[in-house]
Design a binder for this molecule. Structure first.
Ligand code: NAP
Length: 538
């Protein structure tokens, strides 16, 4: 669907940037409200993260029956997921199905990247420009750009000097990559690395994994969905969706009321074994009520997960190198794996621990560390994202008084409710910093944000109000609250992308709001019901 049209100029009601799950639902809602919208999407079709991240093994770490839209009861009855955790191709098919079913491609300009958005104070409009020379004006701008969509190049000296092909998990070739007979390097052991490494290992002649920080990972225990389980859930899907909406993470997981210290060690192990066997990724964080608050409770979970690694990986030195020891479980995003640790028992796989032998530079034949030169045919980078702020700060966004978003957020993102930011009127952000977003089932968070934003737009239209802008005091109080909640927990205690710690020079601010989607929804609804407390209308 590569774009072939000439540059366009025009005016509309709402400009929506991004056609992933957030952008698609936004188009649907706006159309239902009788508003016109123009969508701008850099990819050549819908799907967002699932359009770009096509690396081997890419799949969702939220169960497929949960990771789907709830806005249409017929849609959820009609669609059938094949596995407990859906693969990237299946999720992309779902996005395509939704786009077709609701005719959502019609308003979107694909293969087009927004380059700038400027608030015109005279006309009270956003003026958006694209790399195709388009110029659109609209009363509202919706940034539905995703939280993990700005891939990050690793900071490695002479990165372009490697003579062979290089691949990024975040922008994998659509035709796939055949590693047969090759010596492959994989750099990065976060979720993307952990999912792709076992499959690359099966195909490549040799695979060398370069690990800077080990991660905790829990086996997906994936498999085909039991038709009985699906039928039972479909019979009560509406209630299930209602439970998701008031839950902590947008999924209905049991969470314990007990402290880890209240329970005898053998009972704790039984509970952990059950979570492990169930493949319930975030079950470990809710296994006791103090796991993410009390370092000693967290250490109990960490010890269990490290023992699991030691029991899987045959070589003791490799097992120790794969054991995370420098941060609490959950402070870096937990990973869902299939045979990740088992892969290190293969004779064609080896691990290079960059903590003891860092990479010094890339060379035409491979990777030079402080200790050795490793020669490769191909390098795979699974090196992550400039998370949450990256996609919002990439284009030039200029608000009131000529202030840029980059300047406004130079010390870290500042939002009111994670939905709006002071000085940038009529701009809504979907799953931005200051909202639960990446700590949750994104589909639940996306729907809540789209619904809240469109209800605000409708409220304004009913009253003939042209402009909405959050007050600085309300925003400051929200940012303080987000930090206060985060600092009550262990979540900020790792060098994670939650904090921006993976991007050199990025301000260290814990970005997601971690009180949970249920409480957050109540706060957002309370603000709306109180005539949008904390906002100024013009
Ligand atoms: P990530 O978690 O940020 O992992 C990036 C990896 O690359 C880390 O191991 C990092 O090491 C390493 N790295 C970065 N720069 C490096 C350098 N210069 N030298 C050596 N190593 C370097 O990124 P990701 O794996 O793409 O995952 C990001 C997030 O996307 C996940 O946390 C998750 O929220 C989401 N995701 C979800 C799924 C899923 O299961 N549904 C799959 C993929 C991604 P350090 O840890 O030392 O920085």
């Amino acid at each position: 669907m590569t774009r072939t049209s000439l540059a366009e100029t025009g005016s509309t009601d709402v400009i929506v940037i991004g056609a992933g799950f957030a952008g698609l639902y936004m188009h649907h809602r706006l159309r239902e409200m009788g508003l016109n919208a123009v969508g701008i999407e850099a990819a050549d079709d819908v799907g967002g993260t699932w359009w770009w991240n096509r690396y081997p093994g890419a799949r969702c770490d939220i169960r497929s029956l949960d990771y789907s839209y709830s806005f249409d009861p017929e849609l959820e009855q009609d669609w059938d997921w094949s596995e407990k955790y859906a693969t990237q191709p299946e999720i992309l098919s779902y996005a395509n199905h939704v786009a077709e079913r609701f005719d959502l491609r019609r308003d979107v300009r694909f293969s087009t990247r927004m380059t700038s958005a400027r608030w015109n104070e005279t006309t009270n409009e956003w003026v958006v420009e694209t790399d195709q020379g388009d110029r659109w004006t609209a009363q509202f701008l919706v940034m539905a750009v995703g939280a993990l969509s700005a891939a990050k190049q690793p900071e490695l000296a002479d990165i372009d000097s490697f003579a062979g092909p290089t691949y990024y998990t975040a922008s994998w070739p659509h035709e796939g990559v055949d590693f047969t007979g090759q010596r492959v390097a994989a750099i990065g052991t976060g979720s993307s690395g952990i999912q792709s490494i076992p499959l690359i290992a099966k195909q490549a002649d040799q695979l060398t994994v370069f690990q800077r920080t080990p991660n905790f990972a829990v086996p997906a225990q994936n498999g085909p969905l039991d038709p009985e389980v699906v039928a039972t859930l479909k019979r009560r899907y509406r209630e299930h969706r209602a439970e998701q909406r008031v839950s902590y993470g947008g999924v209905v997981n049991p969470s314990s009321e007990q402290s880890a210290h209240e329970v005898p060690a053998d009972e704790r192990t039984q509970r952990f074994d059950a979570i492990w066997e169930e493949g319930m990724l975030f079950g470990f964080l809710g296994s006791f009520n103090d796991v993410m608050i009390d370092p000693s409770a967290n250490a109990i979970v960490a010890d269990y997960l490290r023992d699991r690694i030691r029991s899987i990986v045959s070589d003791p030195a490799t097992a120790e190198a794969l054991c995370p020891t420098t941060y609490p479980v959950g402070a870096k995003r937990l990973c869902l794996d299939t045979d990740y640790f088992e892969t290190f028992n293969r004779s064609n796989v080896s691990l290079v621990d960059l903590q003891s032998t860092p990479i010094t530079r890339l060379v035409p034949s491979g990777i030079q560390t402080t200790e050795s030169l490793y020669e490769f045919d191909t390098i795979v980078f699974a090196t992550g994202f400039d998370a949450m702020t990256g996609p919002l700060l990439a284009p030039e966004i200029v608000g009131k008084d000529g202030e840029t978003l980059r300047d406004a957020w130079s010390a870290g993102p500042r939002t009111y409710l994670g939905l709006t930011t002071h000085g940038f009127p009529n701009m809504f952000m979907i799953t931005a910093p200051g909202s639960p977003s990446v700590m949750t089932n994104m589909l639940v968070s996306i729907e809540q944000h789209v619904e809240w934003s469109t209800e605000a737009i409708a409220w304004m239209a009913e009253r003939g109000v042209q402009q909405i802008d959050p007050d600085l005091e309300a925003q400051d109080a929200w940012v303080d609250h987000v930090n206060e909640v985060a600092n009550f927990t262990l979540f900020p205690k790792g060098n994670s992308w939650y904090l921006g710690a993976n991007v050199p020079g990025k301000p260290r601010v814990f970005m997601p709001y971690i009180a949970g989607v249920g409480p957050y929804r109540e706060i957002c609804d309370g603000v709306a019901n109180d005539n949008y407390r904390g906002f100024t209308f013009a």
